[in-house]
Design a protein around this ligand. Structure first.
Ligand code: ADP
Length: 596
């Protein structure tokens, strides 16, 4: 193993990918052993490609000689058969190599993409808060592809191209040793020029990726923020943003093509000069030796010309790898990020219980270090409703986030039926606590699928029953295809009230003993309001409910009200008690709720 490792290090050094060496090694070590058999078969095909390529150069000599040698006509047939055989074999081997490499490569891409996505799912909300979604998109979709390209480059470069080149050089030396020596001097010099030109491609490639990310970002923002874009007539702004990004990408793509194409006239000129020189040299005898037969010369020139492609690829292997390593780095960046929210190693399932919820001296701050929850202790008896009220920014939503364990408190504990939620498995916590947020996120699926998502084993009857409880059944029935109506991305054709009722239907289907509710602030028409109100009553009946309350009706129905300000519960009690206190709640009540 150690020997392999040091051979690997030497190899990485040789191809010049020093800065990315360990990462490249890791990529190869993670990917190739698993697909060993496919790669071994591909390597066998590559050896055959290399051998038949060298043979095809060699046979050119035989062709010419057999045609010019008037005495031995029968050889022509043998040579013709050999040519057909060699080229057939070469074709089959090339086919096998491409297919086998693609199979292994596509498998690796699929695996890496799943791995990347799984990693994404493992992350807590904190990760998504600090990461741009377009960045995530680019990483998951592009980086695995680039990683595969790197593997392809290394394998085909090291096996097929290197062996082909060696084979062709062998043919050259066999046919024309002296001329070959001349080529060995001219060839590398020309390749050095090619490599210099292509060296610039890498820098352009990195910029290209940045430009691509910007395009994805703008398109995505336009799609998700379409209402805002329209409402504020931001079309010209968005158009100019995308124009800049698209232009930049186009400019860089042009530059890359220009750089790559620049090698062609260079190489063509050099090739022409080399062939001219060879033809001239062939007429003189060097050091008293004749230049050889026409066939030998032909074979030599063919091998020389054929050597250009593999030599070029080998000389730019480093550039190709370094360009691809941008994606590999992006991929491992994401894969290696520490998980922001993990289950305790000894986590156990929360036992089924009545759903009593206790907060003990909770303290919490977001990454900016400003205390948001500052010592909250709260006891919510099973089956009761607690309303959280208070000024915006007081920490109400954050408190719900902690109870959902989207974040962990810095200090203090949250207990459900006496069990610390940090010690609970995520699955059992999600079964015990359900959440209805301000905006109902709907996936692009049918109405039924959107509901059933929260409990995949629910029967159709249970889904309909939940919708009935939440007063969603009526409007779903009126949709063109009822429960099977597809909801577009985020259900744009549904009204605010309908979406809220769908969210409540989800909660009803979930039947968790604890419900956290961030009441929507958006005003509903009075009919909708009555339906939502009634749905709420039904869904929360007998369920321990913590609700961030924006409606008077919710406050009136709560068993207890907590007034939160700057992360502290400053007043708590029943509505009557709080009103009698004549404090902050009273002031808020008079200002916000009394008119209702
Ligand atoms: P409320 O729900 O009572 O309006 P929040 O819990 O939303 O209050 O916010 C409490 C404080 O935490 C606010 O000062 C807000 O700016 C801050 N805050 C909320 N979410 C984040 C976040 N993801 N990162 C940093 N600060 C946040």
């Amino acid at each position: 193993m150690k020997m392999m490792r040091s051979a690997g290090d030497w190899f990485l050094k040789w191809i010049g990918a020093r800065s990315s060496g360990s990462l490249l090694w890791r990529l190869l070590a993670e990917s190739i052993p698993e697909h060993r058999n496919r790669y071994l078969a591909a390597v066998a095909a590559m050896v055959l490609v290399a051998a038949t390529t060298a043979l095809s150069a060699w046979v050119m000599g035989a062709i010419v000689d057999s045609m010019t040698d008037a005495e031995n006509r029968s050889r022509v047939f043998i040579v013709a058969a050999a040519v057909a055989g060699i080229f057939f074999l070469k074709g089959v081997a090339s086919f096998a190599q491409v297919v086998l490499m693609a199979r292994a490569g596509n498998r690796i891409v699929a695996q890496k993409q799943i791995q990347l996505y799984q990693r994404l799912l493992d992350h807590g909300v904190a990760f998504f808060n600090k990461t741009e979604s377009s960045d995530v998109l680019l990483r998951v979709t592009q980086s695995a592809q680039m990683a595969r390209q790197v593997i392809d480059t290394v394998v085909t470069g090291f096996i097929r191209d290197l062996l082909t080149l060696l084979g062709l050089v062998a043919v050259m030396f066999y046919q024309q040793p002296l001329l070959s020596l001349v080529c060995l001097v001219v060839g590398p010099a020309a390749l050095y020029g090619v490599r210099k030109i292509l060296g610039q491609v890498r820098a352009v490639m990195a910029q290209e990726m940045a430009g691509l990310a910007e395009i994805i970002r703008v398109v995505q923002e336009t799609a998700t923020g379409a209402r805002v874009v329209k409402a504020f007539a931001l079309e010209p702004l968005m158009a100019s943003r995308i124009e800049t990004a698209v232009r930049l990408v186009a400019k860089r793509a042009n530059k890359m093509v220009r750089l790559e194409a620049a090698t062609t006239p260079l190489m063509d000129t050099i090739t022409g000069l080399a062939i001219a020189a060879i033809v001239m040299l062939s007429t003189v005898s060097l050091f008293g030796r004749s230049a050889g037969t026409a066939g030998q010369l032909m074979s030599f020139v063919t091998a020389f010309l054929m050597a250009y492609e593999p030599a070029k690829r080998l000389s730019r292997m480093r550039v190709s790898i370094e360009a691809g390593m941008i994606g590999v780095r992006m991929m491992y960046d994401l894969l290696d990020q520490p998980r922001t929210m993990v289950e305790a190693p000894d986590a156990t399932d929360l036992p089924a219980g009545p759903g009593q919820l206790a907060l003990e001296d909770l303290h919490f701050c977001y990454s900016d270090g400003k205390p948001v929850i500052d010592g909250i202790t709260l006891d919510c008896a099973a089956g009761t409703t607690t309303a959280l009220v208070g000024p915006s920014g007081g920490g109400k939503s954050t408190l719900l986030n902690l109870m959902l364990r989207l974040y962990d408190p810095d200090r203090g504990r949250i207990l459900i039926d006496g069990h610390d939620i940090r010690q609970a498995t995520f699955a059992s916590l999600r079964r015990t606590v359900s959440y209805v947020g301000q905006d109902t996120f709907l996936f692009s699926a049918t109405v039924k699928e959107n509901l059933r998502m929260v409990r995949p084993d629910a029967t159709d009857e249970e889904v309909v029953e939940a919708a009935r409880i939440a007063h969603a059944d009526e409007f779903i029935g009126a949709l063109a295809q009822g429960y099977d109506t597809p909801i577009g991305e985020n259900g744009t054709f549904l009204s605010g009230g309908q979406r809220q009722r769908l969210a409540l239907a989800r909660a009803a289907l979930r039947r968790a003993p604890i419900l956290l509710l961030d009441e929507a602030t958006s005003a509903l028409d009075s009919h909708s309001e009555t339906l939502v109100r009634d749905a709420l009553d039904r869904v929360t009946a007998g369920v321990t409910t913590i609700v961030v309350a924006h409606r008077l009706s919710t406050v009136l129905r709560a068993n207890r009200i907590c007034y939160l300000e700057q992360g502290k519960v400053v007043e708590t009690g029943s509505l009557a008690e709080l009103l009698a206190m004549n404090g902050k709640f009273r002031a808020l009540y008079d200002q916000q709720f009394a008119h209702g």
